[in-house]
Design a protein around this ligand. Structure first.
Ligand code: GLU
Length: 281
């Protein structure tokens, strides 16, 4: 029979081994649960999948105040992907912003992010992405009367450019118009209000998001074309290979069975400036 001391020592040593392993891989916490219990298994077992989506981004993820429901391309994608992973699963949505989405995912508040999120090498250090499911590109939106016509025009200390914290757009604009004064805001609703109120000369983010905003306002326009490539991916917590595989398969099926083209036409078919047929390819 083992002495109490031996048992305690064994436990202490096992704990130390886990800690050492954790230190070597640079991870903060490694729970045995995380390895065994992937998000995928939980989605299959609980019949629920919780998606982080935008709530203030018309065409992609917008809270419809009348119906109390979220709607947009990303919202529909979440529904279609979930259906293909687990047909019995209830689709749940949590509203996130560009700045809160990754912390919410890492904290376990949501199972995956589908929210106009570009796949970038920087982000890939923190989360895993699905294959890209949508091609966007960064552009600018100004008032009709604006003297700024493209991103190059904004490269002056006189130009105040509005962007949202936690977006790639805020970093990119600093590269493309380094002399401009960039103002980082909390979310797109706030940024749009600021532009309308004349607190900025331009708002910069992806073309689809900007077209959604411009559609609701007669005196705003998207100008100058796109100056970056923004491939959107579903973001998931690392160490979830089963979920990544299932999401990729779902995206592939959504594209090949015609659902994708229908969704693109539904949301972008009548948006001037967006070539939905090209997008649907
Ligand atoms: N696609 C860009 C990004 O991932 C801008 C849109 C957004 O803020 O979500 O950051």
């Amino acid at each position: 029979m083992k002495s109490r001391f031996q048992v305690v020592m064994k436990t202490v040593l096992a704990a130390a081994a886990v800690t050492l392993f954790a230190g070597a891989t640079g991870e903060t916490v490694i729970h045995a649960d995380n390895v065994k219990n992937e998000t995928y298994d939980r989605v299959m077992k609980t019949d629920r999948m919780n998606w982080g989506v935008k709530g203030d981004t018309k065409l992609m993820g917008l809270m419809n105040i009348k119906s109390g429901k979220l709607e947009g391309f990303d919202v529909d994608m979440a529904k279609e992907v979930t259906k293909r992973i687990n047909p019995d699963a209830k689709v749940e949505y949590t509203q996130i912003t560009s700045g809160t989405r990754v912390p919410m995912l890492l904290n376990g508040n949501i199972d995956a992010i589908i929210a106009t999120m570009s796949v970038t090498p920087e982000r890939q250090k923190v989360v895993d992405f699905s294959d890209p499911y949508f091609d966007a590109g960064q552009s600018i939106m100004v008032k009709n009367s604006s003297k700024y016509h493209n991103v190059k025009d904004l490269n002056t200390p006189k130009a105040r450019v509005l962007a949202v914290q936690g977006s790639t757009s805020i970093d990119e604009i600093k590269d493309f118009a380094p002399k401009s004064k960039v103002v980082g805001l909390q979310d797109y609703a706030t940024a749009l209000t600021a532009l309308k109120a004349g607190q900025g000369d331009a708002l910069t983010t992806d073309n689809g998001i900007l077209y959604g905003m411009a559609a609701g306002s007669k005196n705003l326009e998207v100008r100058g074309g796109t100056f970056t490539n923004e491939p959107y991916g579903v973001a998931m917590k690392k160490k979830n290979p089963k979920l990544v595989k299932a999401v990729n398969k779902a995206i592939k099926d959504i594209k090949s069975d015609g659902t994708y083209a229908k969704m693109v036409q539904k949301w972008f078919g009548s948006v001037k400036g967006m070539d939905w047929k090209e997008l649907a390819k």
